[in-house]
Design a protein around this ligand. Structure first.
Ligand SMILES: Cc1cc2nc3c(=O)[nH]c(=O)nc-3n(C[C@H](O)[C@H](O)[C@H](O)COP(=O)(O)OP(=O)(O)OC[C@H]3O[C@@H](n4cnc5c(N)ncnc54)[C@H](O)[C@@H]3O)c2cc1C
Length: 293
């Protein structure tokens, strides 16, 4: 009997993870859970802690690379309607962790609420975006957060208020196992103006990032606000560099594209090569932005 035998309705053993990620690489999860409500999330976390099974949360899978051997623990995929609601009340917006960012941005823009359009073109869900304070030059999600509801590692559901949250460059202190939902406060503005701004941001993103390929966004964090990882990789002459089926994008050097037949091991080897060359040439140790499972 395994640790999640009595969760049969929501837990599948040995479930492939590749189709759930943007890279489409890597092996299965020992257990994949699709909880239907908060009590099921809480019960799963408690069981995993009791039985010392490692846990990961999967949102949209746009910032994750799964090892070819898979993940030897429990992956909780928040995707059910219970985590996918958006409610708008004046300038206040509450969104479930599984809401796709694109849906949240378009709903708030249509409601004449400005702010979140700065995230246009970023795939993934509200939960994943909050965890890593996703954003870009125009701003990041953390700026608009009023509170976040989480499940901590003892299985308690807690609400963390704005004053108690820290959002920094591509990181947050939301380190509880699960983010369930968040409340945002936005500014009112003419919907047409917000939508125009969304379109402008989307055009710039499409020009500069390799959409339409299997990739996972920026692989490395920028060493500082003045020094971009992409520029260092490009200056090291690595655009177009390949290892097996993995290639440094020639459109944006901080993206790795996975061609058909690629393995996670190819991406990992290419990551090592990039780090080594950038260290040798510029003395910077590039830190990973993507999560490797
Ligand atoms: C083409 C492309 C372009 C991108 N452009 C940008 C960009 O401009 N700016 C940017 O910041 N990012 C960008 N990204 C990266 C990625 O889209 C963001 O980081 C996104 O917010 C991740 O969300 P996700 O739901 O896909 O998270 P996942 O990839 O599923 O998970 C990422 C991390 O968040 C955790 N997580 C996910 N959901 C939850 C939850 N409910 N509770 C707790 N933890 C959770 C996971 O455990 C994991 O550690 C890009 C990615 C791609 C593929």
């Amino acid at each position: 009997m395994h640790s999640f035998e009595d969760f049969q309705a929501i837990v599948t053993p040995d479930e492939p993870l590749a189709p759930q990620t943007w890279f489409r690489l890597g092996g299965p999860a020992a257990f994949l859970a699709r909880p239907r409500n908060v009590p099921e999330v809480v019960a799963l976390i408690r069981r995993a802690v009791e039985t010392e099974v490692p846990v990961r949360i999967l949102g949209g899978g746009s910032n994750v690379l799964v090892d070819d051997r898979g993940f030897p623990g429990l992956v909780i995929h928040l995707e059910s309607p219970a985590f996918s609601d958006v409610t708008i009340d004046g300038r206040k917006v509450i969104a479930g962790a599984a809401v796709p960012l694109t849906a949240l941005i378009s709903q708030t823009a249509r409601a004449g609420l400005a702010g979140l359009e700065v995230l246009t073109g970023i795939p993934g869900t509200v939960g994943g975006a909050l965890r890593g304070n996703s954003g870009g030059r125009q701003g990041a999600i953390g700026t608009f957060v009023k509170k976040v509801t989480v499940v901590d590692d003892s299985g308690e559901v807690l609400t963390r208020e704005q004053e108690d949250l820290r959002f920094e460059y591509r990181s947050s202190d939301l380190d509880e196992p699960i983010i369930l939902s968040a409340a945002f406060e936005l500014e009112t503005e003419d919907p047409e103006t917000v939508v125009r701004r969304m379109r402008r941001i989307w055009i710039i993103k499409k020009e500069n990032q390799p959409y339409g390929h299997q990739s996972s966004g920026c692989i490395f964090r920028n060493p500082s606000p003045e020094i971009s990882a992409g520029t260092l990789i490009e200056r090291a002459g690595l655009k177009g560099q390949r290892v097996g089926g993995a290639e440094v994008s020639d459109r944006h050097a901080n993206f790795i594209i996975a061609h058909p037949g690629a393995k996670s091991a190819d991406v990992l080897e290419l990551i090592d090569l990039i780090r080594q060359k950038v260290r040798q040439q510029f003395g910077h140790d590039l830190e990973l932005q993507i999560k490797i499972w």
